[in-house]
Design a protein around this ligand. Structure first.
Ligand SMILES: NC(=O)c1ccc[n+]([C@@H]2O[C@H](COP(=O)([O-])OP(=O)(O)OC[C@H]3O[C@@H](n4cnc5c(N)ncnc54)[C@H](O)[C@@H]3O)[C@@H](O)[C@H]2O)c1
Ligand SMILES: [Zn+2]
Length: 369
């Protein structure tokens, strides 16, 4: 039986990319893949833990439609998201006889997706690839939009390319094996989607967080569809992140600073974004840009995802300085994405230093809640 599912489209300069979403989809992957590239050679890129959980299901799905998958494995720890991993995989592709007609399939979280995407962008000057994300962050964020890349010593994601996947296959069933902390980290990004542009998604989280946390199939499906739709809409209007796409950074200006100050260890990225959304919302409150009711709603939903790990105890001016340390940001560009109401944010520059510092000090009392 074919699984129930939805299809959404991401429209970019390189064409239309379908995002298929449905529980059990992996077991039917071949049917979907066949529509894209009949007769091509397929290479799955994954990590040993993800492959051992979901690889055989994907293989089965591919075989049932007569597709043969070769497999390339990589270590998916963040510190291995480096150019030498891309190089090693490229050498392996070459040894396997992959030519420009090869198509890669990235099965894993954002690390696998970003590395495999960059490999696809650069191998023989570009081959096709399909994203098969297995984390919540992957399914609603990193697999959509075509940003690929690896880290440099000097910062995250500083070497990369825009390269749109040919398709994205989202099987919510894969989330059943995801550690709860990783799942929650992804939920903060879903909250972000609700705040920046989808009040109905936000209400779903407000009313049904316990079902979402329990992995309820219907709630999960709706949540995935709405989050992907929002990201697809934004990417379609601003593929190269010139302006509009920056609203996706709600919670990230502060969040990146918190991550860097904890050396990317104490906090998962999503958790840093959770704190970042609280900080941005408090800042908007201080600047009189948002009602008290909206502030309460946003903070309540962020907190309902789970207990956030404590922030490092650092002087506010140290965190403030870190806001400017992002290598991709010029000083004059410091811009905060601030909520106006649930479903609408503004890009605000020229925020007084004193207001940011006061917000950071206030966060200390938010921690005590
Ligand atoms: N390209 C983009 O637009 C974009 C957007 C957001 C994040 N990212 C990148 O994504 C990365 C983070 O990705 P992530 O949050 O998906 O984490 P991840 O790729 O680091 O995976 C987290 C952990 O979950 C494991 N895992 C993955 N799927 C699993 C499953 N189904 N069951 C059990 N374990 C599973 C992995 O082995 C890993 O240990 C970062 O490098 C970030 O820069 C990219
Ligand atoms: Zn993020």
């Amino acid at each position: 039986m074919k699984p129930r599912g939805s299809v959404l489209w991401v429209r970019t300069s390189s064409g239309r990319c379908p995002v298929w979403i449905g529980a059990g989809l992996l077991g039917y992957a071949g049917r979907y893949l066949k529509r894209l590239r009949p007769g091509r050679r397929w290479f799955a890129v994954s990590s040993p833990p993800v492959w051992s959980l979901w690889g055989s299901e994907l293989q089965r799905g591919a075989r049932s439609a007569g597709l043969q998958l070769d497999t390339l494995l990589m270590d998916d720890r963040e510190e291995k998201k480096r150019l030498d991993t891309v190089e090693r995989l490229a050498e392996e592709l070459l040894r396997c006889g992959a030519d420009r007609g090869a198509t890669l399939l990235a099965l894993g979280g954002g690390v696998v997706g970003d590395v495999a995407g960059f490999l696809a962008a650069s191998y023989m000057r570009g081959v096709d690839y399909v994203q098969v994300p297995t984390t919540l962050v992957g399914q609603i964020d990193s697999a959509i939009g075509g940003k690929t890349g690896v880290n440099l010593r000097g910062g995250k994601n500083l070497l990369g390319a825009f390269h749109q996947p040919r398709a994205v296959l989202v099987d919510p069933g894969t989330l059943s094996t995801l550690p709860l902390r990783e799942y929650r980290a992804g939920l903060y990004e879903v909250v972000k989607c609700g705040v920046i542009g989808d009040p109905a998604l936000f209400r779903l989280l407000e009313r049904h967080m316990s079902s979402v946390l329990a992995g309820d199939e219907r709630a999960l499906h709706t949540m995935l569809v709405r989050s992907v739709r929002l990201k697809a809409r934004i990417v379609a209007r601003d593929e190269r992140e010139r302006n509009l796409r920056r609203v996706l950074n709600f919670g990230h200006t502060f969040g990146h600073a918190f991550e860097a100050l904890t050396n990317y260890r104490g906090l998962r990225h999503g958790e840093a974004v959770g704190w970042g959304m609280i900080a941005a919302t408090r800042l908007a409150e201080r600047l009189g840009r948002v009602s008290r009711e909206t502030v309460e709603r946003i903070i309540t939903v962020v907190r309902s995802v789970g207990a956030l790990p404590a922030l490092p105890r650092l002087p506010a001016d140290r965190v403030y300085a870190q806001l400017f340390a992002d290598k991709k940001r010029r000083e004059a560009d410091l811009c905060f994405i601030l909520p106006r109401r649930v479903g609408q944010v503004d890009m605000v520059s020229d925020v007084p230093r004193a207001a940011v510092l006061a917000t950071l000090r206030r966060l200390a009392s938010d921690q005590a809640l």
